[in-house]
Design a protein around this ligand. Sequence first.
Ligand code: CTP
Length: 407
Amino acid sequence: MSSLVGKSVLLVVSGGIAAFKIPDLVRRLRERGAAVTIVLTEAAKQFVTPLTLASLSGNKVYDDLFSLTDEIEMGHIELSRSADFVLVAPATANIIAKAANGLADDLASTLLLATDKRPVYAPAMNVRMWLNEATIRNVAALRAAGATILGPADGVMACGEFGPGRMIEPLEIVDGLEKLLSADASATDRPLAGYRAVVTAGPTREPIDPVRYISNKSSGKQGYAIAAALAAAGAQTILVSGPVDLAPPDGVSVVRVETAVQMLAEVEGALPSDIFVAAAAVADWRAKSVGAQKTKKGPKGPPSIELVENPDILATVSKMKKGRPRLVVGFAAETENLIANAKAKLNRKGCDLIVANDVGAENEIFGGDKNRVAIVDKDDAQQWPQSAKGDVAERLVALIASRLATI
Ligand code: CTP
């Protein structure tokens, strides 16, 4: 299916001989499922009539910056923003110069100044104009501002000269737009393509003797959902997982561990990465010495187990001097003073974001399919509504992608 289906195109037609091809362009855009709204410059009206374009597009054609009726129906700012993209074809040297320099003396150039889209230009002009220093500078300025320039082609001009300057054919313009839209769509669907992520999930299991261990109620569901969402967003994702009863998420490499010490070693082995998410419920302590044999009941009564503290994986990664991931996200499982405790944890551990959840008994977070979290960073705390763990993961990954885009 064409990526133009359902898209609305604002087509700005400036005044060059190539404007005679615009009825064909409009027809082809509509064949591919796009809706077309047209703006004509005064000069364009010398080459193609508003009536022809109105009938072919099925829409009103706009041409006057100061038309009271047009402004009441749809203001020029809205006209420039409501379209999915803006196409200028043919783009004369004059409209390119105006757009590159921010001039706005008619409706077409005002729209190009007011739009929040990155316009696509299909230039058409005499070869000398195209190769003129001023045009070269103006085209470079438009490209630097994010515009796309389709063409021009080489060929014999209406004026008889040969060289670059001829507008590419309507079909080639339409194909070029489709390619741009598909590239944009995949960039929006996979905002983390090219990034690496490491995630911890599940509980750890700290042995006391060959048959007994210390652990906790973590199911690993939230961490697995985050790894799945990171992979779906395009990140190359390694999940270091404690013992859980979950299938590996699609596209994620899973490394299974039992203890906190093993988890830290595997995380360090999986780095460097751009993103680190510590969703595991790491046991805070482990037995100082692990019995080689099963501890027996005896006349001395229950044994006492001496505990030592486990390494803090999140703090270790957050405080790495070299190769620290660009974004480190921790979790805070709290039963009281959620935000205050999460903020204190953020400062103590040195991570960039904390996903805080209230794991009080009434919330059934452990093992459940829903989660209610607050996102805490150094400046702010934001409560998210209760939702499925998969939705929390997707929302968190969108937040991670937007943070990474700005640091
Ligand atoms: N964490 C870790 N390594 C540890 C302990 C915790 O990486 N040894 C990480 C968890 O994965 C989580 C965050 O630290 O991202 C906070 O875990 P939490 O259990 O809430 O905090 P603790 O550090 O255990 O602090 P406390 O139990 O005192 O609340």
